[in-house]
Design a protein around this ligand. Structure first.
Ligand SMILES: Nc1ncnc2c1ncn2[C@@H]1O[C@H](COP(=O)(O)OP(=O)(O)OP(=O)(O)O)[C@@H](O)[C@H]1O
Length: 303
């Protein structure tokens, strides 16, 4: 359904072009939920925005059902199918109109189904009184849940969720995960989240990013139980409920000119990591690590 090929992208600023994404290869199948994990500033949101077609593309392509979205006609069709929901999404919510009015407008007044709205609100732990309020009077957390609820109600073909779990309590996260599983029948979803636990509960596949590059991708269970890149291994070990709960893990943003972007933090690095690292495949499991499987086989010695 969606294929990103060798994508390079970034921001045009008054100081010139800032390249953020490098050589991104990514795909999303129909009825699939894909997660993007990575440290702060690794380029997750930039990738979502590039996928939506918001950013300047300096190389590569984005294909929607096999056609480049950079053709004007395809772009128009594509944009109607994609919803991008983030916490400060005022592209979905208009600050001055009641939530109820905006939902009715979304459905078209004749098709408004209060039971359906209630069901989605219940899942997200949103009181029905929220309907009578205007967004500017709602708390950030409530507004965030309203944005998610409305993006789910639209039933888009592709839903891009940026940090959907932020500010939600356990009940609301569980409700949201249930809803996402339900809407998967008609919506394909990409989720960016710094909270990786819900992603491993819901996603079919996961991509891991650092410094604007994808360092690993694969089926969620492959990534969780057999990471091929030490960066991903460290992210997983930093999850408190998983093994090795005492290990501390702090993210740093180390720019390097050549070689692996995780070289300065990696306990398994050697001289070979300073050379150019190509993306390799182990069946469907992709990774950008020259030391796999050696580091993986040696990992217990390091503890
Ligand atoms: N509008 C912009 N103009 C210039 N640079 C930007 C812009 N937005 C983001 N960046 C830069 O792009 C890089 C990637 O940021 P991005 O927000 O995509 O990362 P992220 O992985 O989503 O991080 P976070 O978890 O903090 O949201 C950062 O270095 C950031 O400073």
């Amino acid at each position: 359904m969606l294929t990103v090929k060798n994508l390079g992208s970034g921001y045009k600023t008054t100081d010139g072009y800032i390249k953020i994404l490098n050589d991104i290869n990514f795909y999303l199948n129909k009825n699939e939920i894909v997660g993007i994990i990575g440290e702060i500033g690794s380029g997750k949101t930039t990738l979502l925005r590039a996928i939506r077609g918001d950013l300047y593309i300096d190389s590569g392509d984005i294909l929607y059902n096999g056609e480049s979205i950079f053709s004007r006609e395809v772009y128009k069709r594509y944009r109607e199918k994609v919803i991008y929901a983030r916490q400060d999404s005022l592209n979905i919510l208009k600050p001055g109109y009641s939530v109820d009015f905006q939902i009715k407008k979304l459905f078209g007044h004749g098709k408004y189904d209060l039971n359906y709205v209630k069901r989605i609100f219940d899942y997200l732990d949103l009181p029905m009184e929220t309907l009578n309020n205007i967004p500017s009077r709602l708390s950030d957390g409530t507004r965030h849940r309203v944005v998610i609820a409305m993006s789910l109600m639209i039933r888009p073909e592709i839903l891009l969720l940026d940090e959907p779990f932020t500010g939600l309590d356990i009940d609301a996260i569980t409700g949201l995960l249930k809803l996402l599983k339900e809407i998967k029948d008609y919506t394909s979803i990409i989720i960016v989240s710094s909270d990786v636990v819900p992603l491993f509960r819901i996603c079919d596949r996961i991509y891991a990013m650092r410094n604007g590059m994808i360092l690993e991708d694969g089926k969620w269970s492959e990534i969780l139980y057999k990471p091929h890149h030490p960066y991903v291994y460290d992210i997983i070990n930093a999850i408190p409920s998983f093994e090795n709960r005492n290990r501390e893990f702090t993210f740093t943003n180390n720019m390097v000119n050549n070689g692996c972007v995780y070289i300065k933090r990696c306990r398994f690095m050697n001289e070979s990591c300073k050379s150019e690292i190509l993306y390799r495949y182990d069946n469907d499991h992709g990774y950008r690590c020259i030391r796999y499987p050696d580091w993986y086989n040696d990992r217990d010695k390091e503890r």
